[in-house]
Design a protein around this ligand. Sequence first.
Ligand SMILES: Cc1cc2nc3c(=O)[nH]c(=O)nc-3n(C[C@H](O)[C@H](O)[C@H](O)COP(=O)(O)OP(=O)(O)OC[C@H]3O[C@@H](n4cnc5c(N)ncnc54)[C@H](O)[C@@H]3O)c2cc1C
Length: 287
Amino acid sequence: MKPGPLTYVRPKSVAEAIALLGESDVDAKILAGGQSLVPMLNLRMAPAERLIDITGIAALKSSEVAGNNVRIGACVTHEQIQVGAVPDPSNGLMTAVATRIAYQAVRNRGTIGGSLALADPSGDWLTTTAALGAIIEWQGPDGVKTCAADEFVTAAYTTRLDILDVLTGIRIPRLAADARWGTCKLCRKTGEYAHAMAMVIRNGAASRAFLGATEGAPIRLRHAENVLAGLRDWQAGHVSVLSDAMQADLASSTRQLKDIHIWQSRTCLIRAVQMSFGIPETRIESP
Ligand SMILES: Cc1cc2nc3c(=O)[nH]c(=O)nc-3n(C[C@H](O)[C@H](O)[C@H](O)COP(=O)(O)OP(=O)(O)OC[C@H]3O[C@@H](n4cnc5c(N)ncnc54)[C@H](O)[C@@H]3O)c2cc1C
């Protein structure tokens, strides 16, 4: 199928894009990389009469180091992150994540801002930016707004963005040089959306751990973070300690995961922690 009749505009500034979104006589949608939106338009699942292509806005394509943060524009592509064309605040985590998103053609056009705005629970950047303690920035008729990445998603495919808002960038604090990260994404074929995902950053008391692909916002694992803060090396006994910590996190959460999903998430968490210690993947037995 092909989309219904559309007009196409390419604003030169965020203010112009917001003004175009606000014109009430047309049903308008922002177009970034188009990798998720265009298939939805073709299937007529996302009605739109006007596409507002924001990829010509220079401010959304640039990235810069600002103090201890790196600010990445919303229209930076997965490919630019993959090849290191933007400053990396994450000691290589973001490069590794970009590399495993879909396949090269999608990475060439898909953007980090489009991925966050779409808020597919299985998307890689939601969990990554949450784990890195990033700040999401957006702009609308009421001015500039921000929130912590782990508070940006309110439900599957739902964020704090309002209908006239444009996600403008992501501010990511630099990881300490001695911080270690690990990540695991379970999917049947390389490059597919995840069935389960975990991301950990070992950084002493500032350690962070998240589960992704949870059918909603990434889930923060505070009990697991406490375990991570105390780990100095990897030992086989840590499998059960981390499993118990994750169970405690899920028990104290309002979110319900299916049993199979808990099992997959546990595997991801343990593999991510092992990776942070440089341990190769091993078979993880059931408890
Ligand atoms: C085959 C395939 C496999 C994929 N696998 C993965 C995967 O493994 N992991 C993963 O993370 N992703 C995956 N993706 C999705 C890919 O990362 C997309 O690039 C991404 O989800 C959307 O980014 P985009 O720039 O293409 O956004 P678009 O498709 O242009 O837009 C997506 C939505 O976000 C809105 N939007 C876009 N930018 C903004 C903005 N700045 N402000 C406000 N709203 C905005 C649009 O209006 C639209 O509703 C896959 C996609 C395909 C086609």
